[in-house]
Design a binder for this molecule. Structure first.
Ligand code: PDD
Length: 285
């Protein structure tokens, strides 16, 4: 089935969705994006994703291309038109198109594209059995809190760990884990505390992270927001990662070190279950 794509105010078949080669997203990576999960035709944590979209645009000085309500209506239209039951809605806003120059016109209008992708999110081997992660140096720029489309370091990170059977790469800076190439990193200490890095310019403030921290607070699970090293992670009782498209995914091995008993641990399972129940009951669409 050919998808319907949203592009600058129009809904078109994917074969007709075209953008200029002078688009600054294409030429400079001068663009931001968001990914919201869709389960049963409903978006998960979409308010948080739209908050972050607005923030990313503000940080880069790119105007909002539509109002929040208009964006939400457009997302819903895409889900309905593409009959999306399970998958993601992808949004991308670029600074706009004009002849190549680092500088840009004050009057430049953003390009706004959006599409749906079918993806199995719930009934996956990764959610059930957990995944392995590898380690790479974090070579990204200094404003990782902005969700830009400049993802080359992450593409390379995943490429390097894939041959070792790793579904994700955790990135290291000054001995500390920053985050996954496309997910937030969590460990559970031997004392049973969940640990994740505090938000800063060093990482993307994950929407799923935020929802999971709320779940932990509501259910009396202990959390520490602090830095942790790779060595601490190897000795963790459990580990997991979060993102819109991987939800709460258990980790069973980090850089060849078996985590806990080498299978998803009970705290991870609990968080996973509570998060999924909440997500499924959200009814955001
Ligand atoms: N990635 N950190 C990075 C570097 C990410 O790219 C992502 C998400 C996350 C998790 O954020 P959230 O919980 O808001 O999805 C953390 C998306 C899924 C992607 O690029 O496809």
């Amino acid at each position: 089935m050919s998808r319907t794509i949203f592009i600058n105010g129009r809904y078109v078949p994917e074969s007709e969705a075209q953008i200029s080669i002078f688009d600054r997203g294409f030429l400079f990576g001068d663009a931001i994006y968001e990914v919201s999960a869709v389960i049963g035709g409903r978006m998960i944590d979409n308010d948080l994703h739209l908050d972050r979209l607005e923030r990313s645009l503000r940080e880069l000085g790119i105007p909002m291309p539509l109002s929040r309500d208009e964006i939400l209506a457009m997302q819903k239209t895409l889900i309905v038109r593409n009959e999306l039951d399970e998958g993601v809605v992808y949004l991308q806003v670029t600074r706009g198109s004009e002849d190549r120059s680092f500088d840009y016109s004050d009057t430049l209008e953003p390009n706004f594209v959006a599409f749906t992708q079918v993806k199995r999110l719930l009934d996956t081997k990764a959610l059930k059995d957990g995944v392995k992660v590898g380690l790479v140096d974090d070579i990204r720029w200094g404003r990782r809190d902005i969700k830009t489309t400049m993802l080359l370091a992450q593409v390379q990170a995943k490429r390097h760990v894939k041959p070792k059977g790793c579904a994700e790469a955790w990135m290291l800076q000054d001995g500390f884990i920053t985050e996954g190439a496309s997910s937030t990193a969590f460990i559970v200490t031997q004392a049973g505390k969940m640990v994740t890095r505090p938000n800063s310019q060093a990482t993307l403030p994950g929407c799923t992270r935020r929802a999971v921290l709320q779940v932990a607070a509501d259910h009396g699970l202990q959390v520490e927001e602090r830095l942790f090293t790779a060595d601490e992670a190897y000795l963790a009782r459990e580990a997991f990662l979060t993102s819109a498209s991987s939800l709460v995914t258990p980790i069973i091995e980090i850089a060849g070190h078996r985590i806990g008993e080498g299978k998803p641990g009970p705290i991870t399972r609990r968080i996973q279950q509570i998060y999924l129940e909440l997500a499924l009951n959200q009814g955001a669409v």
